[in-house]
Design a protein. Structure first.
Length: 621
């Protein structure tokens, strides 16, 4: 790449001149990035109206200035370190050219699939998983080279123009003021994001979809303390602006039985916690129920685990459901059939934003335990409230949901609760947890917290029996995800770290009146619960593909399937004994059942295509 300039426009020689040139060059490239993003942004008929456009006018410049500054970090360091400006020039032009080309590719992906370029897409295209479905012809490659060449030429001309505009003697004050103005713009955008996110204002949150790789800073708990509250649920977005075609067809549901439904989810519940000592009440229930012993959450964090359980979809749909505030169709059907809803969370259900995703259409019926109570007392509070609801239900049919939080680290217990086993840690010292640490005390504290939560469940089940409703109530007991205590010997603790059994395999005990108790050894997923309940409990006639990527738990056991699992920083596909993990940079790693890398093993193309179908089935194309 020839980065020479005309003799009458020598590159600035002082550090302040170089910084002035790089700042101008970065700002103008941010403007080009904004133009690319606007190609997929409705302006004349924006779903957020005037407020949405006003937010974009702040968020877009701040977003692309921040990303552009990251791209310019290496040129900045070289420009300050080296005496010659050639390295500054070459790296700045090269990196900004690649950055704009990446944005152009992302814009095309978004136009087709309504989500931005991510690691799985990169691996599928360049790793060969889509070679049977997407053939890149020589004309396509030639077009790509032409676009890259045009971008590089434009960057060269822009670099030359910027140097012509930089004065010979750069004054520091205007440059520092310009940097301050850019920082203020970024800050204003994030403050607005946090405020409107806490309000749940769809006019603003719907704009996030148009910002590539946006990482909005949110502060819902702090905003709640300041008195900022969620807005009442609004109608669904204009279909013209929706990223989703979901469900594919209206649900047709009619139940003549209308059973009650009780769902109890315990935070961080490992599959091997289900035994007669740790969970005696759930163990007794399991003897009268169907137990799915190889059951997997849809993620290794609460956000994605509960999402899969309450929608029957992979966690990859979270952002779209949140931006459009589309609740689970399960609650639409329950409302249509006249169910009373008793929805309780020990921790706030607005962080993560379940009040604007799964429960969006029923957010006014969410109940959270008082925040001033200790966590164990919060669990007691919501169980007592739910027991009162059940006891007073009379002849009305109802849906109950309780999310218990005692089993979350540091594993909360009432004062003087007896340990299930010793030695038991009095508290959890996270700084002491490393690969050499023996986890017995922490594991015993965890098991004791599970025992406490199971005791609360036992009281709930006793209320069902005492009220005479046990024979007409479907009961599900499960976890949002699991919890690891360095089981792999790889220094993983807690959750949100990997997709091994120790972080995503959970108990799944399903008591369904009239069905014979059984133990199922085939693989099942959180995505299977909603389609099973809608079909067999609420009488929905639609094919499951109309609204879910899950399977019917009571249908024929499927062959070994590819299960999508999600985390904050990675996406995985569990397929048989292998797990394929995709990081943010498009790298794919194949891991064995012990989470050790398999050298030179590529992800199975069929498994990746199945995951791709699940992630795109309900997106407008």
């Amino acid at each position: 790449m020839d980065a020479s300039l005309p003799a009458n426009a020598p590159p600035p020689s002082t550090r302040w001149q170089r910084q002035a040139w790089l700042s101008l060059f970065t700002a103008l490239n941010a403007g080009a990035a904004i133009l690319i993003a606007l190609g997929n942004t409705p302006l004349g008929d924006n779903p957020g109206g005037t407020l949405g456009l006003a937010y974009l006018s702040i968020a877009l410049p701040g977003h692309f200035l921040a990303l552009g500054a990251l791209v310019s970090l290496l040129p900045l360091l070289l420009g300050l370190w080296l005496r010659s400006p050639r390295a500054l020039l070459t790296t700045a032009i090269a990196l900004q050219s690649l950055w704009l080309c990446l944005l152009l590719v992302d814009a095309k992906v978004f136009a087709l699939y309504r989500f931005h370029l991510n690691a799985m897409v990169l691996n599928m295209v360049f790793g060969g998983a889509l070679q049977d479905q997407v053939a890149l012809s020589w004309q396509t490659w030639l077009q790509g080279v032409a676009v890259l060449t045009a971008v590089v030429v434009a960057e060269l001309l822009l670099a030359w123009a910027c140097w012509r505009l930089v004065p010979g003697a750069v004054r520091r004050r205007p440059l520092l003021l310009a940097w301050a103005a850019g920082l203020a713009l970024m800050t204003c955008g994030q403050v607005a994001t946090a405020y409107y996110d806490a309000r749940g204002d769809r006019a603003v949150t719907s704009q996030w979809a148009y910002l590539p790789w946006a990482q909005p800073i949110t502060a819902k708990r702090h905003m709640h303390r300041l008195g900022v509250r969620s807005l009442p649920q609004a109608s669904l977005p204009d279909p013209r602006h929706s990223q989703l075609h979901y469900p594919l067809h209206p649900l047709r549901c009619q139940s003549n039985v209308q059973p009650n439904v009780l769902v109890v989810v315990m935070e961080s519940l490992r599959h091997d916690a289900l035994d007669a000592t740790t969970m005696p009440n759930t163990w007794a229930l399991a003897g009268q129920s169907e137990v799915f012993s190889r059951h997997y959450s849809s993620g290794n964090a609460t956000r994605y685990g509960l999402f899969g359980l309450l929608y029957g979809l992979p966690g990859g749909y979270w952002d779209s459901m949140l931006s459009e505030q589309r609740g689970s169709p399960l609650f639409d059907v329950l409302q249509q059939q006249g169910y009373d809803l008793h929805l309780y969370g020990s921790a706030p259900l607005y962080s993560p934003e379940f009040d604007r995703t799964a429960f969006a259409q029923v957010r006014g019926q969410l109940h959270t335990a008082p925040s001033e109570l200790p966590v164990a007392a919060r669990d007691r509070h919501i169980i007592d409230a739910l027991r009162a609801d059940i006891a007073g239900a009379g002849n009305r049919h109802w849906f109950g949901f309780a999310f218990l939080d005692s089993t979350h680290a540091p594993y909360h217990l009432p004062r003087d609760y007896p340990p299930l086993a010793t030695p038991m840690a009095a508290s959890i010292d996270f700084l002491a947890l490393d690969e050499d640490h023996v986890p017995v005390p922490e594991r015993n504290r965890y098991r004791t917290a599970v025992h406490y939560a199971d005791g609360l469940l036992g009281e709930l089940l006793q209320t069902l029996r005492d009220s005479g409703q046990a024979d007409n109530t479907i009961v599900l007991v499960t976890g949002d995800h699991a919890e690891e205590f360095n089981d792999l010997g790889l220094n993983y603790w807690g959750h949100n770290g990997n997709f091994s059994d120790h972080q995503v395999r959970v108990p799944f005990v399903l008591h369904w009146p009239g069905r014979t108790p059984a133990r199922h050894g085939g693989g099942s997923s959180h995505e299977d619960w909603v389609p099973t309940l809608l079909r067999h409990g609420l009488g929905c006639e639609n094919p499951l593909d109309d609204f879910s990527t899950g399977h019917d738990l009571f249908g024929p056991a499927p062959a070994e399937r590819a299960l999508l699992v999600e985390s904050w920083s990675q996406r995985g596909i569990r397929h048989g004994e292998r797990t394929y993990v995709f990081d943010k940079f498009g790298n794919a790693t194949t891991l064995d059942r012990h989470y050790r890398p398999l050298v030179d093993q590529q992800p199975d193309a069929a498994a990746v295509r199945a995951a791709w179908d699940a992630l795109t089935r309900f997106r407008r194309q």
